[in-house]
Design a protein around this ligand. Structure first.
Ligand code: PLP
Length: 272
C-alpha cells in the first residue's frame, strides 16, 4: 500500500446521476478527488438530462439507497457524508435516519437540492411535499448549503438580500445544524455574497461576481469540496475549522467557474 492510498479519506456521497456529466455524482467525485478524498457514490435518483436541461427524474427505492450506503459504511472508514439530490420524500427520510444514526461520529454536508439549474417542463429534483422531511434532515446535518431559494423555502421567509440570507441561515441553524451556508450567487449586488452562519456568529464571504454564462454543477461541487476538506479535519469541529473548509472550497470553486467549459448545448460545466 502506498502512502498516497493511506491519505485518502472516504466520503460517502448520496446524490443523483446526471448523464450530462456536469452535476450530481459525477461532479461530486471530481470535487472529492480535488480535495484529496475518495468518493463512494450512492445513487438516489437517476435523471434524464443533458447540458440542454433536466427532462425527468427517476428515484431509486429508499431500501436500495439504504442498502448501498450501509454496505459502504460497514466496510469502509467513512470520514464524511455528502448529500445531494435525493429524488423522493422517502429517500429524504431514509437518508435523514442514516445521518441521525451517524451524526455523533461522522460529519455531513447536506445540499438541499430541489430544482435543477436548467429544468425542462417544470421537472423538479424533489417534490414540494418533501420540505418538512428536508427540515428534519437539516436538524441532523453538520453543514447545510442551500441557495437563496432553498433557504427561503426551508425557513419559510423571503430571501432577496444578504441580510435576508443571514436571518434565514440563523433560523436553519436553530433547527440543529452546526453551520448553514446560504449561497448568494443569485442575489443582487456587485459581489457574490455567501452567508455562513455558525454557532459563534455569522460571516459574510464575498467574491467578485463573474460574468460566466450559465453553468451547472456549482452547488454539487462546492458541497463536495467542503465535505472533502472536512473529511480530513478532526471531528467534532470548532467553528474555525468549518470556516476554513468553506473558504478553501469557495476559492477552488471560483477557479473552476473561471475555467467553465462548453461540452454541448446549453449550460457550461466545471472541469475541476
Ligand atoms: N444533482 C443532480 C442529479 C442534478 O441533475 C442537478 C442539476 O441538474 C443538481 C444536483 C443540481 O445542480 P447544481 O449544482 O447546478 O445546483
Amino acid at each position: 500500500m502506498t502512502d498516497r492510498a493511506e491519505r485518502l479519506a472516504c466520503v460517502l456521497v448520496v446524490a443523483g446521476l446526471d448523464p450530462s456529466g456536469g452535476a450530481g455524482l459525477a461532479a461530486d467525485l471530481r470535487a472529492l478527488r480535488v480535495s484529496q478524498a475518495w468518493g463512494c457514490p450512492v445513487c438516489a435518483v437517476l435523471t434524464v438530462q443533458s447540458t440542454a436541461g433536466l427532462v425527468s427524474t427517476h428515484p431509486v427505492s429508499s431500501a436500495l439507497v439504504v442498502a448501498q450506503a450501509d454496505e459502504v459504511l460497514a466496510h469502509q472508514p467513512v470520514r464524511a457524508i455528502k448529500v445531494g439530490a435525493l429524488g423522493s420524500v422517502d429517500n429524504v427520510r431514509a437518508v435523514a435516519t442514516i445521518l441521525s444514526r451517524m451524526h455523533a461520529s461522522v460529519p455531513s454536508v447536506v445540499d438541499p437540492v430541489m430544482i435543477a439549474t436548467a429544468s425542462n417542463a417544470g421537472a423538479r429534483l424533489l417534490d414540494a411535499s418533501a420540505i418538512e422531511a428536508m427540515r428534519d434532515m437539516v436538524s441532523v446535518a453538520t453543514v447545510v448549503t442551500p441557495n437563496a431559494n432553498e433557504a427561503a423555502t426551508l425557513a419559510g421567509v423571503r430571501v432577496e438580500s444578504a441580510r435576508d440570507a443571514e436571518s434565514a441561515a440563523q433560523q436553519l441553524l436553530r433547527l440543529g445544524a452546526h453551520a448553514v451556508l446560504v449561497k448568494g450567487g443569485h442575489l443582487q449586488g456587485d459581489t457574490a455574497c455567501d452567508v455562513l452562519a455558525l454557532r459563534s456568529g455569522t460571516v459574510r464571504i464575498e467574491a467578485p461576481r463573474l460574468s460566466t454564462p450559465s453553468f451547472h454543477g456549482g452547488g454539487c461541487t462546492l458541497a463536495s469540496l467542503i465535505a472533502g476538506n472536512l473529511a480530513q479535519a478532526h471531528f467534532p469541529f470548532d467553528d474555525q475549522t468549518v470556516l476554513d473548509a468553506v473558504r478553501r472550497a469557495k476559492k477552488r470553486l471560483y477557479e473552476g467557474i473561471v475555467d467553465a467549459t462548453k461540452v454541448g448545448d446549453g449550460l457550461l460545466v466545471l472541469p475541476l
